[in-house]
Design a protein around this ligand. Structure first.
Ligand SMILES: NC(=O)c1ccc[n+]([C@@H]2O[C@H](COP(=O)([O-])OP(=O)(O)OC[C@H]3O[C@@H](n4cnc5c(N)ncnc54)[C@H](OP(=O)(O)O)[C@@H]3O)[C@@H](O)[C@H]2O)c1
Length: 464
């Protein structure tokens, strides 16, 4: 009998199935379009002996050992729901359905509740690392019951990326915890990518460096404190040429970024939880603005687009990027903490940092420091205050301020880097300016305010 079933042999599903088979698991697969299944089996080579592909959905389900565990790896939302609904007639009580796509954790919570009411178990699993990760070792964030995790853990740990022999797969918490943490992972990914793009833009426009020269700089940075998958691939991308034109590859790519929703969800959930992940929001917003190409061209024509050229210091750029990266991670960690409290997940954020150290897109040298600092306990529950992070943050702060100042003065947009400075400056201001906001609210809406020298709610002398 198969150890596990997998439905959806697209990019991620086929890579995951091959990974599972390679690690010694017997995998039953099924795909809506049979031709794709046949193609997949034909390409599986030696691994085909660990794969089975019954034609009918009933035979597929019956070929899996009990309690059955079936991974659904199709587009999140309605398609994943439709697949799960079609499986139900063949399932027994206690069988486990697993949505491994990028689902909205709110959907994961409601799907789990609905399936539980019908006697089935459910896991929502975040899988990071793209196709390469899925095939050779992703980072896996699982949400669901302990019983379901215990059934799945040996398989998921066998296929996960390893950091110093530790599998990057963990049970994050109940119901939507895994998909929430995957969503925030992607939010941090958006922020890091945007900040890297801003640093690239400054080197290009202020310093007049070529893409290949900037790529070489990122490659050099990748052996220091900025070491990370995203800095590494940035170095490679910028040094690549277009085979058709011979131009730098980035120069033939439209400056209009796509997005599928996880960054936006991070920002929405942050606001719902009374937080502001403003660095992540800046990144999501910048992708939206990037799509408005015609309007940007009109703006340049009607408002002018003179960007002053004022070269920036490259060491400043590296230090600024590290400080801002710490703040972006900090916002993600605060958000995970807030959601964990709200939904009673008891998320171990040190473990989250540990399973992000390999396999996933935001893997970086910094995450090992973050894991250690979080394990030791975060002062004020804030990552940026922790020993080991506070020092590089402060060391890079003057550089971050110089870079943002230079960019703003020159007219070059750095929404994520400047958002990071605003966040830090706000979070170390013992007395801010919300006294005036409270006075204004009381003036027009009689909302009342607290006083520094007395308990209770008070009103100002504004008259009626
Ligand atoms: N690509 C990535 O890097 C990545 C990374 C992490 C997470 N994810 C998530 O993983 C999930 C799958 O992504 P992917 O990139 O592997 O997608 P994909 O390559 O487009 O594959 C989609 C698969 O879903 C099946 N499918 C689509 N609609 C269906 C329906 N209504 N009923 C049954 N099967 C249906 C397709 O079957 P047919 O062959 O019949 O069309 C195909 O096997 C998504 O939630 C995605 O967000 C992707």
């Amino acid at each position: 009998m198969a150890d596990i079933g997998l439905i959806g042999l697209g990019t991620m599903g086929s890579a995951l199935a091959l990974n599972m088979a390679e690690k010694g698991n017997d995998v039953a697969v099924w795909n809506r379009t049979r031709a794709r299944t046949d193609e997949f089996l034909a390409e599986a080579g030696d691994l085909a002996s660990k794969l089975s592909a019954p034609e009918g959905l009933d035979d597929f389900v019956n070929s899996i050992r009990s309690p059955r565990a079936i991974v659904v790896m199709v587009k999140a939302g309605a398609p994943a729901q439709a697949v799960m609904d079609s499986l139900k007639p063949y399932l027994d009580a206690g069988d486990i359905l697993i949505d491994a796509g990028n689902a909205d954790f709110n959907d994961t919570r409601s799907t789990e509740a609905a399936l539980k009411a019908e006697g089935f178990d459910f896991m929502g699993i975040g899988v990071s690392g793209g196709e390469e990760g899925a095939r050779h070792g992703p980072s896996i964030m699982a949400g669901g019951s302990v019983a379901a995790w215990e059934r799945l853990a040996p398989i998921l740990k066998s296929i996960a990326a390893k950091f110093e022999d530790q599998p990057c797969a963990a049970h994050i918490g109940s119901d939507g915890a895994g998909h929430f943490v995957k969503t925030v992972h992607n939010g941090i990914e958006y922020a890091d990518m945007q900040m890297i793009a801003e640093v690239y833009g400054l080197m290009r426009h202020m310093n007049g460096m070529s893409p290949a020269g900037i790529g070489a700089q990122f490659e050099a940075w990748n052996s220091g404190a900025l070491a990370s998958y995203l800095v590494e691939i940035t170095g490679q991308v910028l040094q690549a040429d277009d085979p058709e034109t011979g131009k730098p590859m980035v120069d033939v790519i439209l400056d209009s970024a796509g997005q599928k929703g996880t960054g936006r969800w991070t920002v929405i959930e942050a606001l719902k939880l009374g937080q502001s992940a403003n660095v992540i929001e800046a990144a999501v917003g910048a992708r939206g603005w990037s799509a408005a190409r015609d309007l940007r061209a009109m703006g340049a024509e009607m408002l002018g687009s003179d960007v002053a050229v004022a070269p920036v210091d490259l060491e400043d750029l590296a230090a600024a990027l590290l400080s801002a990266r710490i703040l972006a991670y900090a916002q993600g960690f605060t958000l995970i903490g807030a959601a964990s409290d709200e939904f009673n997940w008891s998320v171990d954020r040190a473990e989250v940092a540990e399973i992000w150290r390999a396999g996933c897109i935001i893997r970086s040298a910094l995450l090992d420091t973050i894991a250690g600092a979080t394990r030791a306990g975060l002062p004020g529950d804030a990552l940026y205050l922790a020993d080991g992070l506070r020092e590089p943050l402060l060391a890079g702060l003057p550089a971050l301020r110089r870079i943002v100042g230079a960019a703003v003065a020159a007219g070059f947009p750095v929404p994520a880097l400047s958002g990071a400075v605003a966040y830090l400056d706000t979070m170390r201001q013992p007395r801010g300016t919300a006294d005036l906001i409270q006075a204004q609210r009381d003036f027009f809406g009689a909302h009342g305010f607290g006083r520094v020298d007395a308990e209770g709610q008070h009103h100002g002398p504004w008259g009626s």
